[in-house]
Design a protein around this ligand. Structure first.
Ligand SMILES: [Zn+2]
Length: 84
């Protein structure tokens, strides 16, 4: 193949990349949506099973955290209140 032929092929792929980028972005955004859905459902499943949503330990009755993450959450809340 001549050098000119190779350059023409490169140019062809470059133009095709634009389309590919669009298709990839479309796929990426669809995938992002799906991943967010999966994250939500994991939270939902843990909640329904009575497990901590931050880890897999049993959650304290009435809340979605285990003892450890409950106390951690308490710490965050106390810090947030200090700011006010
Ligand atoms: Zn936990």
């Amino acid at each position: 193949m001549s050098m000119l032929g190779k350059l023409n092929i490169l140019r062809f792929f470059k133009e095709d990349d634009k389309e590919y980028d669009n298709r990839f972005l479309k796929f990426y955004h669809q995938n992002k949506k799906r991943l967010n859905k999966e994250r939500r459902s994991k939270y939902q499943i843990h909640k329904e099973k009575g497990l901590c949503v931050r880890c897999n330990k049993h959650a304290v009755a009435g809340i979605v955290f285990c003892e450890y993450h409950k106390s951690k959450q308490k710490g965050y809340n106390a810090k947030a209140r200090e700011k006010d």
